[in-house]
Design a protein around this ligand. Structure first.
Ligand code: XIL
Length: 336
């Protein structure tokens, strides 16, 4: 293998990509790229509950199975994304939680932890147990996301319950709490970092079994600046708690960058390098995963907040629309 995983391995780390089962099935160059570059894989949507549990208790793990089988066939680790989240849930779930009594509310959350973790025990090494708990702009002094069905049902103890349940269900799995908006030098990210550290004080103080923090790493450097020292300090605080770290959804929204694609590629690569130099300087950092394989399949090329108005592809991943390596790839290799 001559891919980024090989570079990552030299410092005892993993490199991986978020993949889509359909493209693994249908696109040969996508498949060979994933096989060559990765030592860990994650699903872009196939383990979100809106995909796996379209009707209460009726599961469809076919997409996730394909990805996990592919990872196993290529001797890769897999991570599971994600067990408890306010978003990407099936339509039936929120009304069901709202109508339920306390015991049933807990069951509606933990049932998915039980089913998904048992199914993949021994095959998924690490799980995003709880995703995106913070949103300081929604009026709560503690910075917790108010518009969150689990928060509304149980308060923040939903996080305690989820992690205890996950630990009991698959004691061998590493348990992650993941969030975004922790990376930039901006008032928004500063509020989010503070909220995260205070939340960890409370959770770890109560003995909640969290192993690691997932830093999503969706950078938008043309909207918010990045400061190496500030980010390094934050990671040091996380590792100071004894937590492991992973960058779980790395990509760079390039809208607003130089119009010339070559120039933009160079600039985006140097921003990636500045970020990764910090992330990989901390010995607690276990792995780096990019959120997508190529610019053609990237959510950045579609998502309203990030896509270019003229329809050109975003260039925020290591491979371009033809699966060729870009300066972004070199920046990752150099950072490992
Ligand atoms: C995104 C997917 O990439 C999109 O295809 C989907 O439409 C929305 O979700 N944070 C997360 C990921 O934790 O699950 C999100 O994935 C991107 C932001």
């Amino acid at each position: 293998r001559d891919g980024l995983a090989e570079h990552a391995r030299r410092s005892g780390r993993h490199f991986g990509l978020a993949v889509k089962s359909r493209l693994l099935r249908e696109d040969r160059s996508y498949r060979t790229t994933a096989a060559r570059e990765c030592s860990i894989l994650v699903q872009e949507y196939e383990l979100k509950r809106g995909t796996t549990e379209p009707k209460p208790g009726k599961y469809d793990f076919s997409g996730a199975d394909q990805i996990i089988d592919f990872a196993q066939a290529h001797d890769m680790h897999a991570r599971g994304h994600t067990l408890v989240w306010y978003a990407a849930n099936p339509k039936w779930l929120e009304p069901a939680v709202k109508q339920a009594g306390k015991t049933e509310q807990r069951r509606l959350m933990t049932s998915y932890i039980d089913v998904a973790m048992r199914r993949y025990a021994g095959r998924i090494a690490e799980w995003d147990v709880v995703n995106e708990t913070l949103e300081p702009n929604q009026g709560r002094a503690d910075g917790m996301r108010a518009e969150n069905l689990w928060m509304q049902a149980m308060g923040e103890h939903y996080i305690d319950l989820a992690f205890h349940r996950a630990r009991a269900t698959d004691p061998a799995a590493a348990l992650y709490l993941g969030d975004y908006g922790l990376e930039h030098d901006s008032p928004r990210c500063e509020r989010r970092r503070t909220a995260m550290l205070k939340l960890l004080d409370r959770l770890l103080g109560r003995g909640v079994p969290i192993d690691a923090i997932g830093i999503q790493g969706h950078l938008k450097p043309y909207k918010e600046p990045f400061n190496q020292r500030q980010f390094a300090d934050f990671l040091q605080k996380l590792s100071g708690y004894g937590l492991k770290i992973a960058v779980t959804e790395f990509d760079i929204a390039d809208r607003g960058g130089p119009p010339n694609p070559e120039k933009r590629d160079r600039e985006v690569a140097s921003i990636a390098k500045a970020f990764l130099d910090v992330a990989l300087d901390n010995p607690a950092t276990q792995s780096l995963l990019c959120w997508g394989v190529s610019d053609r399949d990237s959510w950045l090329s579609r998502y309203p907040d990030y896509k270019w108005p003229d329809g050109q592809l975003s260039r925020g991943l290591p491979f371009d629309g033809d699966m060729a390596r870009k300066p972004f790839w070199d920046a990752i290799a150099a950072a490992f």
